[in-house]
Design a protein around this ligand. Structure first.
Ligand SMILES: Nc1nc2c(ncn2[C@@H]2O[C@H](COP(=O)(O)OP(=O)(O)OP(=O)(O)O)[C@@H](O)[C@H]2O)c(=O)[nH]1
Ligand SMILES: [Mg+2]
Length: 362
């Protein structure tokens, strides 16, 4: 079970270019709208500085990152919710992802067509947001109509769902996303039958040109992102693609020349991963040190099951050291001597940064 982040935005703004760079894929990224139709899926390694530091305590032969799936979705246009530009199909694809990366074109380039004829980041965001809201409104209204009928028959669950849907319909009509309603767990549970798009966690990615990379300041876009309580990551998809094509040494030089201290791609993956409320833990099995991902609240046997079903079935205990403690002491032995290794049972909820040895017997 992996986690995925859908890349959305207007057509022809660099989504596929970014996707390719993220996943080192080779999907078509050409200067025409709707270049992408079927969604492309690819996987990116999640950069985590703790992984190399943990690995240094074990000198393994192999180091494996955890990963995040990206889905390159076709561009959305005005009217998508009514089926414009194959909109219904594309909106349906968004329902399948766990989080959304909304790419906004900020770069000026006369050679790259803009569907509205000019670059206007805030307007562009609002066009896409409106389509998502309209789609959700349609979903909410039709579900409400259906569940009202069921509720009249006395069905308690349907009544609860109706009670949860009514304020949602009202909010969507006012242009408010489900995200902004901060629904509690009970309300969310009542609504789970409907794949709402505006409930998904979101981040914005400003695709800027090379000369804006270190000086990008679009106050209107920044304040829009703040209003959505969303992160705004600034990258140049074209530069990221160029960097990928370079040898590591040349890449460093070019980054220094551009004044980049970190890859834009790493910032995107880290921000996407952070949206999902996940926990990263580390294992050392044989000659491999590896990072794994589970949802917050996952108990130790389930986490062990990610590695092998036998480890879940025959789970005995988890031997846990927190990564910062292990890293600062330099070895498992030293951590054990300081009493920093904990023995945890089957109800233990795995914490972010745990370095775990699972003991099991089958
Ligand atoms: N100058 C510049 N051009 C870019 C950048 N990113 C993408 N492009 C160009 O913009 C065009 C469209 O890029 P794509 O990545 O295919 O755009 P898309 O958003 O996937 O487009 P659709 O699939 O049609 O929705 C291509 O010609 C890219 O080379 C950028 O950062 N700077
Ligand atoms: Mg594309």
């Amino acid at each position: 079970m992996g986690f995925s982040c859908g890349i959305i935005g207007l057509p022809n703004i660099g989504k596929s270019t970014l996707f390719n760079a993220l996943t080192e894929g080779q999907v078509a990224a050409e200067n025409y709208a709707f270049c992408t139709v079927a969604p492309n899926h690819g996987v990116a390694a999640v950069p985590d500085p703790r992984l190399a530091a943990v690995a240094a305590c074990f000198s393994p032969e192999k180091i494996t990152s955890t990963s995040l799936e990206f889905v390159d979705i076709a561009g959305l246009v005005k009217g998508a919710a009514e089926g414009e530009g194959l909109g219904n199909q594309f909106l349906g694809q968004i329902a399948a992802v766990d989080a959304i990366a909304h790419v906004v074109r900020c770069f000026e380039d006369d050679n790259v067509t803009h569907v509205h004829g000019q670059v206007n980041p805030v307007d562009d965001v609002e066009v896409v947001e409106t389509e998502l809201l309209l789609r959700d409104l349609e979903l909410a209204e039709s579900r409400l109509e259906k569940q009202l009928k069921v509720a009249r028959g006395g069905d308690k669950e349907a009544k609860n769902e109706v009670a949860a849907l009514e304020p949602v319909v009202e909010a969507l009509r006012k242009g408010q996303s489900l995200r902004s309603l901060n629904l509690d767990e009970e309300q969310q549970a009542c609504l789970k039958a409907t794949p709402f798009l505006t409930a998904k966690p979101i981040l914005f990615i400003a695709n800027v040109s090379e000369d804006q990379l270190n000086s990008f300041a679009d106050e209107a876009l920044s304040s829009l992102a703040r209003a959505r309580q969303a992160e705004l990551v600034i990258i140049s998809a074209a530069i990221e693609a160029e960097l990928n094509d370079l040898e590591p040494a040349d890449r460093k030089d070019y980054m220094a020349e551009l004044g980049l201290s970190m890859r834009g791609l790493d910032a995107v993956v880290q921000a996407g991963y952070a949206l999902l409320d996940l926990v990263t833990f580390f294992t050392t099995v044989g000659t491999e040190v590896r990072a794994w991902t589970v949802p917050k609240g996952t108990i130790a046997p389930k986490a062990a099951g990610k590695i092998h079903s036998d480890m879940e079935r025959g789970f005995i205990r988890a031997e846990v050291i927190q990564a910062p403690e292990l890293i600062s002491l330099g070895s498992e032995q030293a951590a054990r001597e300081r009493g920093l290794r904990r023995l945890e049972g089957k109800d233990y909820e795995v914490q972010d940064g745990d370095v775990i040895r699972f003991r099991f017997n089958v």
